[in-house]
Design a protein around this ligand. Structure first.
Ligand SMILES: CC(C)(COP(=O)(O)OP(=O)(O)OC[C@H]1O[C@@H](n2cnc3c(N)ncnc32)[C@H](O)[C@@H]1OP(=O)(O)O)[C@@H](O)C(=O)NCCC(=O)NCCS
Length: 174
């Protein structure tokens, strides 16, 4: 393999490429993004990879959502919900299949963390089937029982509530 080819492959796999050359950006969601957010979440929810969210839920909670865009196309979403004075939850994180491993999930988590800091929240957590992804971004696995009761409102809507396979991860913000 030539050096040029190696460099090309490295750039393609590197999220810097997607930010600089493809104009990937993260921003607050608008009503125009709801259809795509709904499709992204529904796609993974059908495989039990994340919790289903209705369009009504997404509209009701639109201020919590951010999206990642490439060339004006929404390719990922993420929500941040403040739970209490010291805690916020990162939820509904999804990146379209064909855009994975390009740094988009990382960019969405970083935006959520930045939002939490701006809101004065000291800790963020997630309940996830992908703990290794979060560990890579400075989160630590914690016992679910350490999370406050208020966190469990979503569980009432979950089909797996008696057999939860999600892992709790959290990150203290500095
Ligand atoms: C999990 C998910 C959001 C990751 O998004 P992504 O855009 O593919 O991830 P990124 O490209 O930003 O990855 C950043 C880093 O994390 C790593 N990573 C990505 N997915 C990972 C995983 N499942 N486990 C461990 N590491 C992972 C990448 O290799 C990359 O590492 P590097 O910086 O050393 O190159 C995405 O795979 C997804 O949408 N999955 C389906 C929905 C889902 O499971 N959501 C649940 C999250 S609560």
């Amino acid at each position: 393999m030539t050096d040029e080819l190696r460099l090309g492959m490295f750039l393609l796999q590197n999220h810097i490429f997607w930010v600089i050359f493809c104009g990937m950006k993260t921003q607050n969601a608008t009503v125009n993004d709801v259809e795509t957010i709904y499709s992204l979440i529904s796609h993974y929810a059908q495989f039990d990879k994340m919790l289903f969210r209705s369009k009504a839920y997404i509209f009701d909670n639109l201020q919590m959502f951010s999206v990642a865009e490439i060339d004006g196309k929404v390719v990922g979403c993420c929500a941040l919900q403040v739970i209490w004075a010291d805690l916020a939850e990162i939820k509904s994180l999804a990146v379209a299949d064909e855009y994975q491993n390009k740094g988009i999930g990382k960019a969405l988590v970083e935006k959520a963390v930045e939002q939490a800091k701006n809101l004065g929240v000291k800790k963020v957590f997630a309940l996830t089937l992908e703990p290794a992804f979060f560990e890579k971004h400075g989160f630590a696995i914690v016992n679910k029982k350490t999370l406050p009761m208020k966190v469990w409102s979503d569980c009432a809507k979950c089909t797996k509530q008696d057999n939860c396979d999600e892992t709790a991860v959290e990150k203290t913000l500095v």
